[in-house]
Design a binder for this molecule. Structure first.
Ligand code: PLP
Length: 423
């Protein structure tokens, strides 16, 4: 049977959408002289065309000014991290004083747990989702061990029910209630990296607070993907990386959020000179005087060369009109991908099971597809035809149409290739 995937229909959808023009601001890997069909922005976002120049500016200013670039560079390095406050606040729904770009994701998760995981008496358990991204699990288990707890019993992992792929909110909430006064901290992925499930951050945060626990999220797959309201939801803490949906380059600087109510509340914290009050930082006082904002968690001066690319990338999010505008396009693209996969399934009589929730409020732009009955040859055929997706054994395709640079045409072309590649 013929599917009705139509390249010209997809091109018409692209032509009608003013956001389509942002695609030109990104560099696509090439396949036989054409742009590859790149759907792995959930893993490493594409390079903005402005990245090279942003980096060159800092290299030139370093060449010209040497150490004086701290004050005389076009973006003086002394205050470099401050250039991110407003932009990151807009991405995650925070006040500028609640966010800071620093370190890398797992490092920041540990630093946050130093403040937000304080096991005391019988209140020492952590709740997270089962099959969290491994690095997060390692961080949580090693924090428990570091505090002298029992990693076998102090980490409660919420799994999908038997035969299901997704975690039910009611199961998270009842685990939180069940742990009650024994619960110190909830720390979950905002969007699950494997299934693409977007959790209800507000309900989880409220439940954690209801039993007197702290609540934070790893937003690696949420920041730059879905609009967030961390401040309003009273999330206690969050961290994210910037090389996935935030397109800031491999291993680029991480980001974190700390709700303002905690800034001066005397939480334990590991400190360094860049968290010291900036007015007197260079008096080199032996005693630490806190910045009094999320910047107090900063330790080191900014890695300007990688942050230059992050800054260039965040500017594109602003130019596009911000997360709400991008979200609207992301939903349309992802729905279109879902319909395309359904057409291919029908035309090829294959079971292409989308395990990501179909409900908009429970997903970002990623879809995870189980290609039942297919094997690695499918992935190899897709790759040979210029399709870049993530493949996990046994037969899971993870892919994300990213609103800043993927097009409806990319999706239609993918659909035709997928159809030809299925036996
Ligand atoms: C990508 C990702 C990481 C990677 O951690 P790094 O410290 O940046 O290497 C960690 N956790 C989650 C949930 C991720 O998606």
């Amino acid at each position: 049977m013929q599917s009705q995937i139509s390249i010209s229909e997809a091109q018409a959808l692209d032509a009608a959408d003013p956001l389509s023009r942002f695609r030109e601001q990104f560099i696509f890997p090439q396949h036989n002289g054409y742009n590859a069909l790149y759907f792995t922005g959930n893993s490493l976002g594409l390079q903005p065309t402005s990245a090279k120049e942003a980096l060159q500016v800092e290299l030139d200013d370093w060449a010209e000014h040497g150490v004086e670039g701290h004050f005389r560079a076009r973006h003086p390095w002394m205050h470099y991290h401050e250039l991110f406050s407003e932009k990151l606040a807009a991405i995650v729904g925070a006040k500028p004083s609640e966010v800071v770009a620093m370190n890398a994701l797992t490092v920041n998760l540990h630093l946050l747990l130093v403040s937000f995981y304080n096991p005391q008496g019988s209140r020492k358990k952590i709740i997270c989702e089962a099959k969290a991204f491994p690095s997060d699990r390692y961080a949580l288990l090693s924090q428990i061990a570091f505090h002298g707890g029992n990693p076998d019993t102090d980490l409660i992992e919420i799994a999908p029910r038997d035969g299901e792929n997704l975690i039910r909110l009611e199961d998270v909430l009842s685990a939180i209630d069940g742990a009650g006064e024994k619960l110190a901290t909830v720390m979950m992925g905002g969007v699950n990296y494997y299934t693409g499930q977007l959790h209800d951050l507000k309900a989880i945060t409220d439940a954690a607070h209801g039993v007197g626990a702290m609540c934070g999220f790893d937003l690696a797959h949420a920041a730059g993907n879905v609009p967030l309201q961390l401040h309003e939801m009273e999330v206690d803490f969050a961290c994210w990386c910037t090389y996935k949906y935030l397109n800031s380059g491999p291993g680029s600087v991480g980001g974190l959020f700390i709700h303002e109510k905690h800034h001066n509340a005397g939480l334990p914290r590991l400190e360094g000179w860049w968290g010291h009050d900036k007015e007197t930082r260079f008096k080199m006082d032996p005693d630490y005087l806190s910045m009094g904002t999320a910047e107090s968690w900063q330790m080191s001066n900014a890695p300007v060369l990688n942050m230059a690319i992050h800054l260039a990338s965040l500017k594109i999010f602003e130019d596009a009109g911000g997360m709400d505008v991008l979200r609207e396009r992301a939903l349309r693209l992802t729905d279109y991908l879902e319909q395309t996969i359904e057409k291919v399934a029908e035309a090829t009589s294959t079971n292409l099971e989308i395990i990501t929730p179909s409900n908009h409020s429970e997903r970002g732009c990623q879809l995870s597809i189980v290609a039942h009955g297919q094997g690695r040859e499918l992935f190899e055929k897709l790759s040979a035809n210029g399709v870049i997706v993530d493949w996990r054994e046994p037969a899971v395709i993870r892919m994300a149409p990213v609103p800043l640079y993927n097009s409806f045409e990319d999706i239609a072309r993918f659909g035709l290739i997928l159809q030809d590649s299925i036996n």
